[in-house]
Design a protein around this ligand. Structure first.
Ligand SMILES: C[S@@+](CC[C@H](N)C(=O)[O-])C[C@H]1O[C@@H](n2cnc3c(N)ncnc32)[C@H](O)[C@@H]1O
Length: 246
């Protein structure tokens, strides 16, 4: 899926995942953040998590993302919330980013686990940057119940890409980590992420009839809208899992 489509579809979003502000704040509480902690956020999007948590909990942090559009939004948000001195945003491939070993209290990756070829690979990629007693925050989809084969086809998921919630815990287990906590999206919070893209995309199509990507953006809108109402709301869960080394 083209990065540009996401930049267009999520131009009105601050949080680029199925969490609302309330759920993001709840995650900050359950993660037991304390002032001065250092957080590395891989695939930080518009940096909303870092900025909000820096203001609420006094954490410091670094966000890495490949989208200059999203990073511009992140820097603007940091300035707006008065945390520019504590958070920094860098352009780059999060899969290739090598932080100083053992230098972060929290390493997060929300909705970007393809950077390590899936959940297990991404956890392994995140662990070196973590202090001995640090935690990882990993945002990952899971199947609420086994979807029909058409659901995989409809959105181009390989059948084995995501598993059940229990299967997701097994995947963490296989990396030598233990799940300590979790905050899950629900259907309403999924709607705030998915449904709120439709109007934005429809407006963009009206405003940009001559753009060379119009047909593809239209197809993206149609297929993602259909997927959400036909399968996503029913079968696709998403959560952030708080884990640490065993
Ligand atoms: C689903 S969004 C999640 C963003 C953010 N973590 C959040 O939850 O708001 C996926 C993000 O990953 C970024 N991304 C995709 N591939 C990347 C890569 N290889 N390295 C860094 N960022 C990447 C996209 O630009 C986008 O911001």
């Amino acid at each position: 899926m083209s990065l540009r489509f996401h930049e267009i579809a999520e131009s009105g979003h601050r949080i680029l995942n199925p969490f609302t502000d309330d759920k993001l704040a709840l995650l900050g509480e359950v993660a037991r953040l304390r002032s001065g902690m250092r957080l590395l956020d891989l695939g930080c999007g518009k940096g909303e998590m870092l900025c909000q948590w820096s203001r609420a909990h006094g954490i410091e942090g670094v966000g890495i993302d490949i989208s200059e559009v999203f990073l511009d939004g992140a820097r603007a948000r940091a300035a707006e919330l008065g945390v520019s001195g504590r958070v920094r945003f860098e352009h780059g491939d999060a899969g290739a980013h090598r932080a100083e070993p053992g230098s972060f209290d929290v390493v997060s990756c929300l909705g970007v686990t393809w950077i390590g070829g899936g959940l297990e690979g991404t956890v392994k990629l995140m662990l070196p940057a973590l202090k001995d007693d640090g935690i990882l925050l990993v945002g990952e989809p899971y199947w609420i119940s086994e979807p029909p084969a058409q659901a995989h086809e409809a959105f181009g998921f390989a059948p084995e890409e995501f598993v059940s919630l229990a299967g997701t815990f097994d995947r963490f287990e296989a990396t030598g980590t233990e799940v300590l906590e979790m905050v899950l999206a629900d259907r309403d919070s999924w709607d705030r992420y998915a449904a709120s893209q439709w109007w934005t995309l429809s407006d963009w199509l009206r405003a940009n009839p001559g753009d060379p990507d119009v047909a593809e953006v239209r197809a993206f809108l149609e297929s993602s809208r259909r997927f959400h109402v036909e399968y996503g709301r029913r079968y696709l869960g998403w959560g952030v899992f708080v884990v640490r080394r065993r």
